[in-house]
Design a protein around this ligand. Structure first.
Ligand code: ADP
Ligand code: ZN
Length: 731
């Protein structure tokens, strides 16, 4: 199938004469093959340089459009383009995408049999393949290098080039060997690409890959479509749920620090009716791979993960990244949040952060191996992360400033720009807090210190004789929550520190002296109370609204069906942005369809008609699954009318399990009462409620209660009762 394309591309080549021809050529490939109208940012200049045979270093943020920078010149030049990529998942994704575009691309990897590999080699020799993806260790095998030296090579592209840097976190020793390409293939242009911005990594790439003569293209690292929000953590699960309510059906990633927490949060979300899968290094590798595949292929799935989940996630329509724990540096925060919104459509970066995070990370740092210098660097990075959390300027300005980029105006697209921030003079209370730390001997944790300040006469206080301290009961002007916030901020600002022994005791630092001596004052930001009116949903959930919804779902259903037929992720058929443009511009003919951004010749031919049919309400289109919101609306009416779950399931043509989970949702949002939803015998209801309310603290999970009750009560019922209890607590 690549042949036709190759022939065409050769004739393009023959017609090349001048500069303008070169750009024309690139433009035509952009439109014909990729279906896009214009290059973005530095793309045109980069492509021009590589097409002419020059070396290039590309620094561009995630979602900036790095792939086109080597894919277009690959199609402009004669010969085979060789692309080095660190992960099989990344290669497969790109090959599938190119395949759909009608470009002959293959990935050589260890999963192929010898026969398959030989077959690919033959096709390459016959010039039937335009792009070859492989891992660095494979490329530098002497046999492979020898094989390539006998071929006409269009270019070498080195993707994720920061993997060559020992300074960064993705170091791959195999990348070091790629330096030899410069000597072995002096005539072949090389293009190295990365989304890692810092100066040091940049210099290491140039050195180690011998790119001294490469032209550098540095883009802004701003991700304007991401909305940043950082909230003070009080009840993280509840806060996460309320963040997710407006994002039902969106794909996203929830990051947690520990494997245990990943498992728990994934189970919790599933229970709450959000399809979620866990991902961490403790899971068997085939299960991990399976979860990753599902995340790529399905829509609206949430991946709950440790940072083990990340590189290789090229899914463009990740609509949010939520952090339930604090990343240990701004580099990590930027990279992790950067996995949202690669497609350029609105996306959210949300984080809940609290004192425990600070204590935990500080302790991990204290206990980590490594020399003092290393620890100091890590400490410095953590401080920068904490500063962003307690920031009182625009988050985006602060974030970019850390990467040496100046944003002249506040962005208008982060929590601080939108909600504003309140500060208060915390000088006096801060002194009291520091004095409480000092007078109690610099060994107690925040809980005890707060008790002291509030004058709580409890056992621990009395055992230590702390009721006699001068600070005892001195802090009644603030609430417990306010004191906790204050302690968090003192630690975040380095005015107090965590004990080295790892028990979470606080001690003073040198930095707090001026404050204690009354030489400086202290302004702190106020946490937004969670009781405050919920800020307006960010744009992500507003992609498609109202009457557009039905057609949007129909387009997505068709895309899903085609994706399954072709065994590729849905976004490989068309990205969301393309579907959205179809929805808005409503092409009526194939010619109009061709004008939609993202519809190239090949896809027009393959899919144009089918999508036109859906847009024009054609009968052949896949039936639109009912939008969940509509379904629930109907369900609420039926339940209020007194139907049982079984009856509702029949009426709505869905499973009883689904009915129960929708009922639970409606209950937790107080659209239904438990009595309206279910007709339970008094006794059973009592027993179930008792089981949930047995312990202290958070409600036990449905699974736990199911076990307690010996499986006698259906889980669906438990979900509903739990939702009712939770709704009661919240109101
Ligand atoms: P990166 O590798 O830099 O993270 P990608 O190459 O995956 O980014 O591109 C991100 C998205 O933007 C892809 O869906 C891609 O098709 C799209 N894209 C890239 N360049 C253009 C362009 N010039 N016009 C429209 N869409 C583009
Ligand atoms: Zn801002």
């Amino acid at each position: 199938m690549g042949e036709g394309f190759l022939r065409r591309s050769l004739t393009y080549n023959a017609r090349l004469h001048s500069e303008t021809r070169m750009l024309d050529h690139a433009q035509r490939i952009l439109k014909d093959v990729f279906g896009y109208d214009a290059f973005r940012g530095h793309q045109a200049a980069i492509i021009d340089r590589v097409a002419k045979g020059g070396d290039v270093l590309v620094l561009m943020p995630t979602g900036g459009g790095k792939s086109l920078c080597f894919q277009v010149p690959a199609l402009m030049r004669d010969g085979l383009a060789v692309v080095v990529s660190p992960l099989i998942a990344l290669m497969e994704d790109q090959v599938a995408t190119l395949d759909e575009l009608g470009v002959a691309a293959v990935a050589l990897n260890s999963t192929l049999s010898n026969d398959e590999q030989r077959d690919i080699a033959d096709r390459i020799r016959r010039g039937e393949i335009k792009m070859l993806y492989l891992a660095p260790e494979r490329l530098v095998q002497p046999r492979m290098l020898g094989f390539l030296q006998n071929l006409d090579i269009a270019l070498f592209a080195i993707d994720e080039a920061h993997c060559v840097s020992q300074w960064g976190h993705d170091f791959r020793p195999e990348y070091l060997q790629l330096g030899q390409l410069a000597e072995l293939f002096p005539e072949v242009p090389r293009i190295a690409l990365t989304a890692t911005a810092d100066m040091r990594t940049r210099e290491e790439i140039v050195q180690r890959l011998h790119l001294q003569n490469a032209e550098r293209f540095l883009s802004s690292f701003d991700r304007p479509n991401i909305f940043y929000r950082i909230v003070a953590k009080d009840s993280p699960r509840k806060q996460l749920l309320s963040f997710l309510t407006e994002r039902r059906g969106d794909a996203g990633i929830v990051y947690c620090l520990s494997r245990k927490k990943v498992d728990e949060v994934a189970a919790f979300l599933s229970e709450q009716g959000y399809p979620a899968l866990p991902y961490h290094a403790g899971l068997p590798s085939d299960l991990r791979a399976y979860h990753q595949k599902r995340f790529l292929n399905e829509e609206g799935l949430i991946m709950v993960a440790t940072i083990a989940f990340g590189m290789g996630i090229d899914k463009p329509n990740v609509r949010f990244v939520a952090h339930l724990d604090l990343p240990k540096s701004l580099e990590a925060y930027y990279q992790e949040t950067g996995r949202a919104g690669r497609d350029g459509l609105p996306a959210d970066a949300w984080m809940a952060y609290g004192l425990q995070d600070v204590l935990l990370l500080k302790q991990m740092l204290n206990n980590s191996e490594g020399d003092e210098r290393h620890k100091r660097i890590e400490q410095h990075k953590l401080d920068a992360m904490l500063a962003l959390c307690e920031e009182i300027r625009c988050r985006r300005q602060a974030l970019l400033a850390y990467f040496d980029e100046e944003l002249p105006q506040p962005c208008g697209h982060c929590d601080i720009c939108v909600d504003g921030v309140q500060t208060w003079d915390a000088t006096e209370p801060a002194r009291q807090a520091l004095s409480a730390i000092y007078r109690s001997g610099q060994r107690y944790g925040v809980g005890h210190l707060v008790d002291l300040l509030l004058g709580r006469d409890n056992e621990k206080v009395r055992a230590a004789g702390h009721q006699h301290l001068s600070v005892f009961g001195m802090g009644k002007a603030l609430s417990e929550g306010e004191w906790r916030t204050l302690f968090r901020q003192l630690v975040a600002r380095g005015l107090a520190d965590v004990d080295l022994d790892g028990f979470g005791g606080l001690r003073l630092t040198d930095a707090c002296r001026p404050l204690l001596r009354g030489e400086v004052s202290l302004q702190l930001r106020r946490d937004l109370s969670t009781k405050a009116p919920k800020p307006a949903a960010s744009a992500a959930s507003q992609l498609v609204r109202g009457e557009e919804r039905e057609q949007w779902e129909a387009l997505r259903a068709l895309r899903r069906k085609l994706a399954e037929e072709h065994s590729v992720p849905p976004y490989v058929i068309f990205p969301d942005a393309t579907l959205l443009e179809m929805l808005r511009s409503k092409p009526g003919t194939l010619a109009e369809m061709a004008r939609v951004s993202g519809v190239g010749a090949r896809k027009l031919e393959r899919y144009g008609e089918a999508f036109l049919d859906v847009l024009n309400g054609g009968a052949d289109a896949a039936p639109a699954p009912r939008a969940v919101a509509d379904l629930r609306h109907e369900l609420v009416s039926l339940a209020r009318a007194g139907m049982t779950p079984a009856q509702i399931a029949r009426q709505l043509d869905c499973t009883e399990k689904n009915v129960y989970s929708l009922l639970a949702e409606a209950i937790s949002e107080q659209q239904l009462s438990l009595e309206q939803a279910l007709d339970l015998p008094e006794e059973m209801l009592g027993a179930v409620q008792d089981a949930f309310l047995d312990g202290e603290g958070e409600l036990p999970s449905v699974a736990e209660v199911a076990e307690m009750l010996g499986g006698k009560v259906p889980e669906g019922v438990l979900h509903c009762v739990r939702a009712a209890l939770q709704a009661e607590f919240e109101s």
